[in-house]
Ligand binder design. Structure first.
Ligand code: COA
Length: 166
């Protein structure tokens, strides 16, 4: 999967913010006491790797993790400046809540925050849904011949959960 680049000064950003504004679910920065809940939720719905990244997002001030909440239920999350400076992600929406604009709202709010913090561009590392990012803000794929930041990353092997492997 490629890394992608987003121009935070592109006109598509205001169109995205307008679209995100009509989403009924609330998006806000996560609070420190919510860390255990959000990390557990991300581990359960996505992966240990992403749960680790969310832990890092919570170690920062302001907390670099936005969450989508409806009636006291966590429906999605997104991090910025976490995997590396200038990176957007990881992000995810629970399966049953997908297709309601929540992913776009989280993406939009993170990009606006990154712009406010002084970034001119955002990177999406190892972007899975490339079309989602392309159509949301005109993100472009970064041509690269290797895995960049993720090259050689340790992962938990399926048959030996106690030791990581490349
Ligand atoms: C990608 C993800 C966050 C999108 O969340 P979502 O809340 O379902 O997305 P939205 O409802 O905001 O989608 C808005 C638009 O994007 C489109 N879209 C959603 N997921 C898409 C995908 N995987 N690929 C292409 N387009 C997608 C929708 O069709 C919709 O288009 P429309 O506005 O023309 O109707 C969600 O599918 C998810 O959690 N996926 C698994 C985790 C993941 O891949 N995260 C990204 C890692 S880089």
């Amino acid at each position: 999967m490629p890394d992608m680049l987003v121009n935070l000064y592109a006109s598509e950003l205001s169109a995205l913010a307008k679209k995100a504004g009509s989403v009924s679910v609330g998006v806000r920065a996560a609070l420190p006491p919510e860390m255990y809940l959000v990390v557990e939720w991300v581990r359960e719905h996505f992966s240990d790797n992403w749960a680790s990244e969310v832990s890092v997002a919570f170690s920062r001030q302001p907390i670099a993790c936005l969450i989508a909440v409806e009636n006291g239920r966590l429906l999605g999350f997104a991090c910025y400046d976490t995997t590396a400076r200038g990176f957007f992600g990881p992000t995810g929406v629970s399966e049953e809540a997908r297709g309601r604009g929540i992913g776009l709202a989280l993406f939009s709010d993170c990009l606006q925050t990154m712009k406010t913090l002084g970034h001119a561009y955002a990177f999406i590392g190892d972007a899975g849904p490339v079309d989602f990012y392309r159509s949301a803000v005109g993100a472009i794929e970064i041509p690269a011949s290797d895995k960049g930041l993720y090259q050689g990353m340790l992962r938990r092997p399926k048959n030996n959960p106690e030791h990581g492997e490349i």
